[in-house]
Design a protein around this ligand. Structure first.
Ligand code: BGC
Length: 361
């Protein structure tokens, strides 16, 4: 629809421009030029009509491209996750408003067995495509095979499967794809934000950056890569580092608060940098840091990932050093666009990534 409208609007603009051009010529040029101008206008009109026809035909040939009537099942690892809440709400809204699809979103409650049942239910209901944020990325191969056996295309989101699984999809022509972001980039950006501070994270000037790490879910590559690449950015820049504490906080704000409080009780002023694998845990860390009267950006730094509204507000208020935008809009829209294409039988790539963006004051 949108495309047709755009073509029609463009055609109208071309026609009115041609008309204006003709008018100018009439005033400034000799009458013998007029037939040429008329000819040109006629050609433009013919071309415009041909373009309109082609656009109309294209829309007729692919009526489902607008997603009208397509049934889409969406499985989210758990609803109680700040980032995935923004993501799933945008995904549903975009699929319904842009494509007119019928969308059902279910909560895996952090339980792979429960989510597997939900996937089986969607398959028996005969959905046209599945969008899957698995509880365990390690279940990808089994789930991809179940979907392929049922002839239902699968779009895996948020938790990147093993590279070997993506290669299998490619070589065996499996109708599956992954849409996400490269977590290495988010880790690197976190480290670079610390390197951009006046003392590069070495607040006490003892020649090393002493940090604590709030890990998301160790099974999740986002957590693994952010943990690794945030520190790597520092060491690649020639900084010495000292890890004082690293524990799993399962992406959760309350756990982020608890872990940071424990680490502060144990290591106190030695802690110069808090790396949180996501903003939810960073928001928890803020509470613990403020409870100890530590001065943000003076005697401690804190970085997260996601750019939740609460985190960007905290950065603006000087209560957090920085974060990295995990683009839930870009990712959910890409996942939706790719899902619609697959539901219409189009072949797509095995991987789509959306860039992260550094966010500081
Ligand atoms: C986000 C986290 C979220 C996790 C869920 C990550 O990409 O940064 O906030 O909890 O995905 O899998």
């Amino acid at each position: 629809m949108k495309k047709v409208l755009a073509v029609v609007l463009a055609s109208m603009m071309v026609l009115s421009l041609a008309a204006c051009g003709g008018g100018d010529k009439k005033e400034t040029e000799a009458p013998k030029e007029t037939p040429k101008a008329t000819e040109a206008a006629k050609e433009t009109q013919a071309a415009t009509e041909a373009a309109k026809e082609t656009a109309e035909k294209a829309t007729e040939a692919a009526p489902a491209a607008n997603g009208e009537g397509l049934k889409i099942g969406v499985c989210i690892y758990k609803f109680d996750d700040n980032f995935m809440t923004l993501y799933r709400q945008e995904l549903q809204k975009y699929l319904e408003e842009t494509y007119g699809a019928e969308v059902t979103v279910v909560d895996g409650k952090g339980d792979q067995a429960e989510q597997t049942n939900q996937i089986d239910n969607f398959i028996s209901q005969g959905v046209d495509v599945l969008i899957l944020n698995l509880v365990q990325a390690s279940a990808t191969e089994t789930v991809a095979k179940t979907c392929a056996d049922a002839g239902i295309p699968a779009v895996f989101i948020n938790r990147e499967p093993d590279a070997t699984e993506l290669e299998r999809w490619e070589s065996e022509g499996v109708a599956a794809t992954y849409v996400g972001a490269d977590a290495r980039q988010s880790g690197t950006f976190q480290g670079e934000i610390i390197l951009d501070t006046p003392n590069k994270g070495d607040i006490n000037g003892d020649g090393k950056v002493s940090y604590i790490m709030l890990i998301g879910d160790p099974e999740n590559v986002d957590a693994q890569y952010r943990t690794e690449f945030s520190v790597k950015a520092l060491t690649d820049a020639g900084m010495e580092v000292e890890e004082l504490f690293a524990q799993r906080g399962d992406w959760d704000q309350a756990k982020g608060q608890e872990l940071t409080a424990n680490a502060l009780a144990q290591f106190g002023d030695q802690i110069e940098v808090v790396f949180a694998n996501n903003d939810a845990m960073a928001l928890g860390a803020i509470e613990a840091i403020e409870a100890e009267d530590r001065k943000m950006n003076e005697d401690i730094y804190l970085v997260g990932v996601d750019a939740l509204d609460e985190a960007t507000a905290a950065i603006a208020d000087g209560r957090m050093t920085g974060t990295v935008l995990n683009d839930h809009m870009g990712q959910s829209h890409t996942a939706a666009d790719v899902a619609i294409k697959m539901a219409n039988g189009e072949k797509v790539d095995t991987k789509y990534t959306v860039d992260y963006v550094k966010v500081t004051e």
